[in-house]
Write a protein of this length. Structure first.
Length: 233
């Protein structure tokens, strides 16, 4: 039995490290937890390895000018020709995606969103960033970003949680919600407000002791991250 498991794992790893395009989905516990900072760190990391990178925002709210979009912010900070970006839909009101689209006379549809992402040109790495939390609805029928990740068949889902006191509970709920759909996921702790060392270490240790994969941490003001587990890359 152990030999069969090892063989399956080796085959899975060979597929993951093959030349085929790999897709990451970046979501989080809430809005304003730093998902775009994480996308930027990932894009820069892959570009530095000589890979072509595509950053995709299927839907964005609170933005009416592409100059201020999340994707444009990533492109501005990466400054690498191998990184390209696409914002597929944007709405001016800073509210939930479904409501923002309805205010513009449009209806969001999960299948259509997935089709539009799949229609983009292939690349080495595709990084797709959601809007708001993983549980935010993206379809008039109630489907959310978790359903989107499942439908898009992403290889890995990065769960961004603000690195602060209280993050352990947020990480546990978010991870459980993602795993209920069978998503292959791990937590990325992003520090938005600088903490003291004791608080920071307590949070990191608490997430790990909860049995949650802690893939990376990103310190306050940093555009790069400390990758703690790199098998998923």
């Amino acid at each position: 039995m152990r030999e069969r498991f090892t063989l399956r794992r080796k085959r899975k790893l060979r597929r993951w490290f093959s030349s085929e395009m790999k897709t990451l989905f970046v979501s989080g516990s809430d809005t304003d937890v730093g998902k775009t900072w994480v996308v930027g760190a990932l894009a820069a990391l892959f570009a530095a390895r000589g890979c072509s990178v595509q950053v995709v925002k299927p839907v964005e709210t609170g933005v009416s000018d592409s100059v201020y979009s999340d994707v444009q912010n990533v492109l501005n900070n990466c400054s690498n020709a191998s990184v390209t970006g696409y914002t597929l839909s944007s709405y001016p009101l800073p509210i939930a995606p479904v409501a923002a689209a309805e205010q513009e006379g449009e209806l969001l549809n999960l299948a259509s969103m997935v089709d539009r992402v799949n229609a983009l040109p292939d690349t080495d790495w595709r990084i797709v960033e959601g809007a708001g939390s993983l549980a935010a609805p993206v379809d008039c029928d109630g489907a959310d970003w978790r359903d989107f990740a499942e439908a898009l068949k992403v290889e890995r889902t990065v769960l961004v949680v603000e690195d602060r006191v209280g993050a352990i509970g947020q990480a546990r709920m978010l991870y459980a919600y993602a795993r209920a759909k069978g998503l292959s996921c791990g937590v990325w702790l992003n520090e938005i407000r600088e903490q003291d060392l004791v608080a920071r270490n307590a949070t990191h240790d608490g997430v790990r002791s909860s049995g949650i994969p802690l893939w990376a941490t990103q310190r306050f003001g940093s555009r790069s991250a400390e990758v703690l587990e790199d098998f998923w890359l």
